[in-house]
Design a protein around this ligand. Structure first.
Ligand SMILES: [Zn+2]
Ligand SMILES: [Zn+2]
Ligand SMILES: [Zn+2]
Length: 96
């Protein structure tokens, strides 16, 4: 799989962040804890490769706003659904 997301100013990407109840983005890259750098700006969306459980690269792109399948089956993380991500996805996704 691949997913579309933004790289944060801290250097990590969307799926390394969680939004708390106040709507504040917090980095969770250090095993759930913030990496310590400032999280401020987001760059343009980019495609980030993801890997299946065996480490094989999988080419399917997760549609913007869809949850990521996780080992635990939880649906905590979703890909960014903003217009820029949607546009990039439509560019890349094979025409249905
Ligand atoms: Zn970070
Ligand atoms: Zn960050
Ligand atoms: Zn986005």
């Amino acid at each position: 799989m691949a997913l579309i997301g933004h790289r944060c100013s801290c250097g990590h990407n969307d799926i390394n962040h969680a939004t708390d109840a106040d709507g504040k983005r917090a980095c969770t890259a250090k095993a759930g804890a913030p990496c310590g750098k400032r999280c401020k700006t987001l760059g343009d969306p980019e495609v980030m490769p993801t890997f299946d459980r065996k480490g094989n690269r999988v080419e399917r792109i997760i549609p913007p706003g869809e949850g990521l399948p996780t080992e635990t089956g939880s649906t905590g993380t979703r890909t960014c659904p903003c217009d820029a991500c949607q546009a990039l996805y439509e560019q890349l996704a094979p025409a249905a």
